[in-house]
Design a protein around this ligand. Structure first.
Ligand SMILES: Nc1ncnc2c1ncn2[C@@H]1O[C@H](COP(=O)(O)OP(=O)(O)OP(=O)(O)O)[C@@H](O)[C@H]1O
Ligand SMILES: [Mg+2]
Length: 493
């Protein structure tokens, strides 16, 4: 055995020596020829295919999108196999670190029962210039190896799967942003609102319906392409103040991992500026216009139209800004309609457009028709199920003897989730659970009493008005009865 190894060693040494001579002294053409045929010879016996994904392709400074998607994908796939990782901090609620496998690691992956191998590596190019701090030029790559009989599966579905998954994980891990417009420019901060659908207090059936709708929408790129519609969806959230409209938007953004563009319509000069702002929004984002009835006077346009006949198309008429606005915003209803579903609204990827309002009845029907605002969601006063979510969030409470009383009171009164939440907010540490529930009961009873007094006064006023009307009618009748007598007496004279 020892002899055999010694012989093998000497053969290898000879081959390497000959190869070194060839490299040194043979002209380039011959070397190339030799390379080509040795490769062919090898592939004849070697049944595996290899694909290399370089970190930088073409322009040196632009990182390859495929490389970074693969890096992210392998970060999750390799976490159970690789032994050395590179870690980067990401500020994400669920995961603080993004892992990717370190150089010269190899992991296996499986797709439809086919095994493939990913290896990471790097080429180091020596720097030509002399420096005390040698500047090595590292070129990283991933190498995918698989059997040639799976060529079609790997080139098509598998690589698509890797790139799609990688991009999706990347979107989830990135820091999300909250943009707002300062005139025609978007500026942003990091979006860190902690709201989620778990903490949102509303009827669970309705909540699940919204979650399902969002999930279906975010996965429906092919469907929207097939039916020939732009991949976007409009939500109208309406309800009294403090019922969770803004909170729901934050929950939607966290659920889908989308950025938020909070559009301040009164700061937009005209329709052109509005369109420019739209074009600058990125895909996978939620465009929000809060309190749409306050930011624009869209409401009375059709009515005012009759008073001001000079502009025949109501949609073209400039929107009147609130009275204290010195600069008139020339955004029109038609400009806004185009923003929501005109040709420009289709550029870029998936987008949600969300309007919120306290007065849905004031909005122009054209603005909120299906197709523009596909889903109308009413956020209303706190019901018992919504209360239970708040009790769980604020007091870690699943059930309590006082719940039944609260259920009855909630049915009899109208209190917003914001008010209920304020009463449940612990004022001591540890929380005085019973005290919080009693303070809520007291608040509910006060609201009930106020409502009763209000209704009684209303009833009194109504009955007083009715009595006054009856008295007036009686006086009228008396006059009518008296008149013929007067006439009769006059006639007789
Ligand atoms: N449904 C809800 N679930 C959980 N918290 C809620 C809910 N509604 C209101 N809140 C609480 O009340 C506060 C106000 O809610 P939010 O700002 O979402 O109301 P809104 O409907 O947007 O009101 P407005 O119409 O005045 O803008 C939030 O900070 C949130 O903590
Ligand atoms: Mg709000």
């Amino acid at each position: 055995m020892g002899d055999l190894l010694a012989q093998l060693g000497s053969v290898l040494a000879s081959v390497m020596f000959v190869w070194a001579i060839i490299q040194q002294y043979f002209p380039y053409n011959i070397r190339n020829f030799f390379d080509k045929y040795s490769q062919r010879f090898l592939t004849f016996f070697y049944p595996y295919i290899q694909i290399t994904f370089n970190e930088f392709t073409g322009e040196r400074f632009k990182r390859s999108e495929a490389y970074s998607a693969i890096e992210t994908y392998l970060g999750t796939t390799s976490s159970m196999q690789a032994k050395r990782f590179k870690a980067d901090i990401i500020k994400n609620n669920t995961q603080p670190l993004a892992l990717s496998m370190d150089d010269h690691e190899e992991v296996a992956d499986e797709f439809n029962g086919v095994k493939v191998y990913w290896a990471s590596g790097k080429n180091i190019l020596k720097s030509q210039s002399f420096s005390f701090y040698p500047n090595t030029d590292e070129k990283r790559y991933y190498k995918l190896t698989f059997h040639k009989r799976h060529r079609e599966l790997i080139f098509g579905p598998y690589l698509n799967h890797v790139l799609k998954e990688g991009r999706e994980i990347k979107v989830k891990n990135r820091l999300r942003k909250l943009y707002t417009n300062n005139g025609s420019q978007w500026s942003h901060v990091v979006f860190e609102h902690p709201a989620s659908f778990q903490t949102l207090a509303m009827d669970p059936v309705k909540k699940q319906e919204i979650v399902d709708d969002l999930t279906t929408f975010s996965n429906a790129e092919e469907f929207y392409n097939r039916i020939g519609r732009a991949w976007k969806r409009g939500y109208l959230l309406y309800g009294p103040p403090g019922t969770g409209k803004s909170t729901m938007i934050a929950a939607m953004a966290n659920f889908l991992c989308y950025d938020i563009y909070d559009l301040e319509l009164t700061a937009v000069k005209d329709n052109t500026e509005l369109r420019r702002l739209l074009i600058e929004t990125s895909s996978k984002s939620i465009i929000v216009i809060e309190d749409i009835d306050c930011s624009m006077d869209l409401t009375g346009q059709r009515k005012k139209d009759k008073e001001e006949p000079e502009e025949s198309d109501p949609a073209k008429k400039p929107v009147k800004p609130p009275e204290n606005e010195s600069k008139a915003s020339k955004v029109t209803l038609s400009g806004l309609l185009n923003f929501v579903d005109g040709l420009w609204s289709a550029c870029g990827g998936d987008r949600l457009i969300v309007f919120t309002t306290n007065h849905v009845e004031k909005l122009d029907p054209a603005l909120i028709r299906r197709g523009r605002m596909d889903k109308h969601i009413e956020l209303s006063y706190c019901g018992f199920e919504a209360f239970r979510v708040l009790a769980r969030n604020y007091l870690y409470l699943e059930t309590h003897d006082l719940f039944e009383k609260i259920r009855v009171l909630l049915e009899e009164t109208q209190m917003t989730p914001a008010d209920v939440a304020e009463n449940l907010m612990p004022k001591t540490s540890p929380a005085d659970v019973e005290g919080c529930l009693r303070s809520l009961i007291e608040a509910l009873e006060n609201t009930k009493e106020e409502k009763r007094i209000e209704e009684e006064e209303k009833r009194k006023k109504e009955s007083a008005a009715a009595a006054a009307a009856v008295a007036a009618a009686e006086v009228k009748d008396e006059i009518k009865v008296a008149k013929p007598v007067e006439n009769g007496s006059n006639g007789s004279i």
